[in-house]
Write a protein that binds this ligand. Structure first.
Ligand SMILES: Nc1nc2c(c(=O)[nH]1)N[C@H]1C(S)=C(S)[C@@H](COP(=O)(O)O)O[C@H]1N2
Ligand SMILES: [Mo]
Length: 418
């Protein structure tokens, strides 16, 4: 293999210091803006490569992926928002539920839902994407949704607990658990639990869902102890009564059915930190092959065409871009010259209080004109405000991956023009 540099963005994005600096003030557009394909606005021209349904053996884990061809709402309705449940869906009583904040703290906390609601309410619009989205499984192309999440500030609650100086890591524990076999690190889309054979090789344990981050990461940004989704109480399948919302972090970090926050003096190395949701990459450094193992953390710059619509003889492509503050999106038809798409800026409710949508997805449209009849391919690429561009599928940052997590490469869809 040729000698090449360590992909810079990989390094940046996996470090705790990845930041969303340099945000420009977003231009405003009405929240109720309609898009092509919205009823009456054009006829859908279906993709030639439709998404297969989620296979039955994965249906317990994965439900209602986004239907890109019918995307017409900037905020994804709660009952259309995809869900990932690795174990089962706990049934937590909002009355009896308590959030324990403990470990290396001076003031251990036991907070009721009413306690959290008594704190100032913060909100953020955030496009939550599973890091397995478009990663390989053909049915996994709609594991994303954009919602307005609201709740108490994680930072405020952590401060109340007064973490001790040696407390450097924060573990977020969910109420769900499952049987796992250690020796087994393949991936999320396999049926859980594994076969119940105590003689099978490996260590058989029951493990709770948990994720961790450094205390600096936990204290920074707009992280929420979230109890509201799109203006209604957080639905059971999205983590009721309270989940972590970590804007800019991939789905897996957004722990649902949260019951404990534990501050420790060491890294947490549970399943979803150290075995699953670990990107394994093969890199060349100074002529040597180096294998790297990095836990999934921040979302990456990404876009996709969502649908093609026709109005008379005029075709247009609509899509979305997310993972970083988006500066522009371009479209290539049949691998030709990149052409600018129009970015639609949104302002959501509460914008008057200074709310910006840097963690939301941005919708874009591309006026295609009147293409020639036949099969065409549509590719989009997003640029962020720091000038980074979404990688091509043959970029070393993409091809070095041996796992399906964190595939943010450009997406091409095909369409037949009659
Ligand atoms: N407790 C718990 N939290 C969880 C999960 C889980 O299985 N259990 N799945 C994670 C993953 S992998 C993703 S992609 C997101 C999905 O959030 P959603 O179901 O609200 O869309 O939840 C995350 N939080
Ligand atoms: Mo996920």
């Amino acid at each position: 293999m040729e000698q090449r540099e360590i992909p810079r963005r990989t390094v940046l994005k996996t470090g705790a210091a990845a930041s969303l600096s340099g945000l420009a003030v977003l231009k405003l557009a009405g929240p109720a803006q309609a898009f092509p394909g919205h009823s009456g606005e054009g006829v859908l021209v279906p993709w030639l490569d439709p998404t297969p349904p989620v296979p039955p053996e994965n249906a317990e884990i994965l439900a209602h992926p986004l239907d890109w061809e019918h995307l017409d709402s900037w905020l994804t309705p709660n009952d259309e928002f995809f869900t990932v449940k690795h174990y089962f869906q706990p049934d937590l009583s909002p009355v009896d539920w308590r959030l324990n904040v403990g470990g290396l703290v001076a003031h251990e906390q036991s907070l009721s839902l009413a306690d959290l609601k008594a704190l100032p309410k913060h909100a953020v619009t955030f496009a939550l994407e599973c890091s397995g989205n478009t990663g390989g499984a053909p049915f996994a192309i709609g594991l994303i949704g954009n919602a307005r999440w609201a709740g108490a500030s994680l930072r405020q609650v952590l401060r109340q607990a007064r973490p001790l100086k040696k407390g450097v890591e924060v573990i977020f524990w969910g109420a769900d658990s499952g049987k796992v076999t250690i020796l087994d690190n393949s991936g999320v889309f396999r049926p859980v639990p594994p076969p119940d054979d105590p003689d099978a090789p490996g260590l058989h344990i029951t493990e709770r869902f948990a994720r961790s981050m450094s205390i600096d990461d936990a204290m920074s940004g707009d992280k929420l102890l979230c109890y509201e989704m799109n203006g209604v109480p957080l639905p059971p399948d999205h983590g009721a009564p309270v989940r972590l919302i970590a804007p800019d972090w991939y789905g897996v970090a957004n722990v649902k059915w949260l019951t404990h926050i534990e501050i420790t003096d060491a890294r947490y190395q549970g399943r979803f930190m150290a075995r699953d949701y670990v990107s394994i990459r093969e890199e060349e450094r100074d002529g040597e092959t180096v294998w790297t193992f990095t836990s999934v953390t921040h979302e990456l710059l990404k876009s996709t065409p969502a649908k093609v619509t026709r109005k008379g003889d005029q075709y247009s492509v609509m899509g979305a871009a997310w993972g970083a503050p988006i500066a522009k999106v371009q479209v290539s038809v049949d691998g030709g010259t990149w052409q600018p798409a129009r970015l639609h800026r949104h302002r959501s409710v509460g914008a008057s209080s200074g709310h910006r949508n840097e963690f939301a997805w941005a919708f874009w449209t591309f006026a295609w004109g009147t293409p020639t009849p036949g099969v065409h391919s549509i590719t989009s690429r997003a640029f962020d405000e720091d000038g980074n561009v979404q990688p091509t599928p043959d970029d070393p940052r993409i091809t070095s991956r041996h796992t399906f997590w964190e595939n943010n490469s450009q997406i091409t869809r095909r369409v037949l023009i009659p």
